[in-house]
Design a protein around this ligand. Sequence first.
Ligand SMILES: [Zn+2]
Length: 401
Amino acid sequence: MSKFSFRWLAWLACLPLTAVAAGADPAAARKLHFDAVVIDTHDDTTQRLLDPAFDLGVRHADGSIDIPRMREGGLDAIFFSIWIPGTTTGKEAVGKALQQIEAVKRQVAAHPQDLELVTTAAGIRRAAAAGRIAVLLGVEGGHMIDNDLANLRRFHELGVRYMTLTHSVNVDWADSSTDTPKNAGLSDFGREVVREMNRLGMMVDVSHVSDATFDDVLAISTAPVIASHSSARAIARVPRNMNDRMIRALAAKDGVMHVNFHMAFLSQPYTTAIKADGKRIDNAINAQAEERCGTDEACLIMTGSQLARERVAAGRLPRVEWTEIVDHIIYAARLGGAAHVGLGSDFDGADMPYGMEDVTSLPKITAALLERGVSPEDVRGILGGNVLRVMEQVEAVAAKH
Ligand SMILES: [Zn+2]
């Protein structure tokens, strides 16, 4: 165990325990969860929606998200990620993004009793009050604007309310955390993109971007920003996660970091094991999935998860429990404040930990947070209140333009 691990365990140990009694009452935890506005800021289910035969309205035996399971998990609002690999660029990237937006809208149109496309914080509250799940759109990767602000404006018009500036490779105007630095952060055009997002009222998402890009965004944005799906680097040392300084800086700007549930971002032993021996296990899983799926992204993601779990069962990878999500939430809350943490599962786009196979398990997070001494008010914020506040602030900044 590294000194990093000791340090965060010490953090967890010194949490106040005043709310233990409330947390010990499962009925109270359940009531809080189902009363709260619960928002997940990052889901990759869109890849499945590209298959015209896929119906979000029925319960599926595979994957993590569908309407019946969102109901069971008490999820009130979901940001569907519009995502294509960063290596697909140009007009093709714009076109594919538009197809995915259409695919999400088709599901909303097919299920008007259950789903409502919304674009504002008030819209989320309204839909939740009416018993419908609010559907929102986030574009994951600035490559999809094809270096043209007109495409950004078009996405906004179509309802997109955040854009993750990069995916796992650099874009021409912003560096990714998992690529070789090219722009030392944001280029001049990258700064323009952030300013235009502020003007339009679109949240800037710093998940995936390099530390230098993160710093540039924080220096420029006139509105709070989000990390739609990022965990804590002090616990799992991957560049995709946020270090302590970034967590504090994001909070100081009144932003929200939404904890990602992906096993490799939650657990250092897991991430060490999967990348050991020159990434042998990682590469083998990818090769095996590609053999089975070709370029079908939904298939690649689900097959990859299944293969990872087979290796856990065989003892080749360590098991990661869902409670590690709670560790990251509490760690980030202690650093930056509970008002600056949220949930960004990465369901249907990543390898879920044991006990968080799908959205029906979300109430367990609420119960665990209460049990570990987080106040009911702070839990409501983490579940969705915090990002609603950011959306309102982003909307207010845009209204001033
Ligand atoms: Zn992502």
